[in-house]
Design a protein around this ligand. Structure first.
Ligand SMILES: [Ca+2]
Ligand SMILES: [Ca+2]
Length: 342
């Protein structure tokens, strides 16, 4: 009888085994972090059978929500994941008993500081598992969309986001932020971007630019981002002077999550060569079939252009003076020629 009870106990323990992960209570912050199911191996591994696994993510503050991106490869119908908008499985689910495979990450946002995730697998057939990326988020856009806003970069990192982050930004937004360091350069990192894109390198739906300097000019753009998550590669930039301009524009339809940037003062001045690059989609947009345009009319004159204009104007003036003098002399000579002799 004892052996039967022990066998039964072992069987129950085996069937309800929890997942073999290092941490189930997870603290989120403004960096994009991730967790995976055991054996995920960047999507090429496989999970174990009979797993009952949970994670609880805390944003770290009541004013912070969680932005989640789920990539999944789960065998249906026995293996499934649920995500709850709260700190336990009694909270409202953001998604319930989801299985199958997602080619691209699916995003979810909580309405409060916690997310509770539960992954259950059955006794047979395993696939790669799940990868869940997450960050703590709120709207750090300030007044940059109602008028140009100046932000002072300090020794510690501050955050700047698109309006309504981590929710969707709205149509027809034009936002501009000037980030200034009082003691040196500005260090700026792209943490996260999810912008409506279009054909590669065109960026004429929604976009944001990072400009090296006090103004937003065509010749000081160091980065233009118009790509959908997760196509943005990490980007870190140090301004050549004391300021950076971030400019965001959205068109009249299709909105996404926007962006989150991190900035701080770099007390040591450095010299940076400005090179213009574009981060854009590698595929055509499927969400917008209407040809749209959001031209950026802002251009700035650089020193060479100013010198060219001044020099050109000077040449025109000198040439005009020579022509006028020549005409006067000609007229004077003509008068002398036709003057009747006394
Ligand atoms: Ca299974
Ligand atoms: Ca749009």
């Amino acid at each position: 009888m004892v052996w039967i009870l022990m066998l039964f106990h072992m069987l129950i323990k085996y069937v309800s085994s929890t997942c073999d992960v290092t941490a189930q209570e997870i603290q989120a912050d403004s960096s994009l972090r991730f967790l995976t199911s055991t054996g995920y191996n960047e999507g090429s591994g496989s999970y174990i059978n009979n797993m009952d696994c949970w994670w609880r993510i805390d944003s770290g503050g009541d004013d912070l929500k969680l932005l989640l991106f789920l990539t999944r490869d789960l065998a249906c119908p026995g293996d499934k994941i649920s995500i709850y908008d709260g700190d336990s499985s009694t909270a409202t689910p953001l998604v319930s008993d989801l299985c199958g495979t997602s080619a691209t990450p699916t995003h979810y946002s909580t309405t409060q500081r916690h997310a509770y995730i539960r992954l259950v697998t059955d006794a047979s057939v395993s696939r790669a598992g799940i990868k869940l990326e997450f960050l703590a988020a709120k709207d750090y856009s300030g007044t940059g969309c109602t008028g140009s806003q100046t932000l002072i970069a300090g020794d510690n990192s501050n955050l700047l986001s698109s309006p309504n982050f981590p929710g969707l930004y709205t149509n027809a937004k034009t936002c501009r932020w000037l980030i200034t360091s009082l003691v040196g350069n500005v260090d700026l990192d792209i943490v996260f971007s999810d912008i409506e894109d279009d054909l590669p390198s065109r960026c004429d739906y929604d976009k944001y630019t990072i400009n090296d300097g006090n103004d937003r000019c065509e010749n000081n753009v160091v980065r233009t981002v118009c790509s959908q998550y997760p196509k943005v590669t990490p980007f870190t930039f140090t301004s050549s002077g004391s300021s950076v301009v971030v400019f965001f524009v959205s068109d009249s339809s299709v909105n996404r999550r926007g962006f989150l940037l991190k900035y701080k003062s770099n007390a040591t001045y450095t010299t940076t060569t400005v090179t213009q690059t574009t981060e854009s989609s590698s595929s055509q947009a499927t969400s917008s079939s209407v040809e749209k345009s959001n031209k950026d009319p802002n251009t700035c004159m650089d020193a060479r252009m100013v010198i060219g204009i001044v020099f050109g104007s000077l040449v025109v003036v000198i040439f005009s003076v020579i022509v006028v003098v020549f005409m006067i002399l000609r007229f004077h000579n003509l008068q002398k020629t036709i003057k009747p002799k006394d």
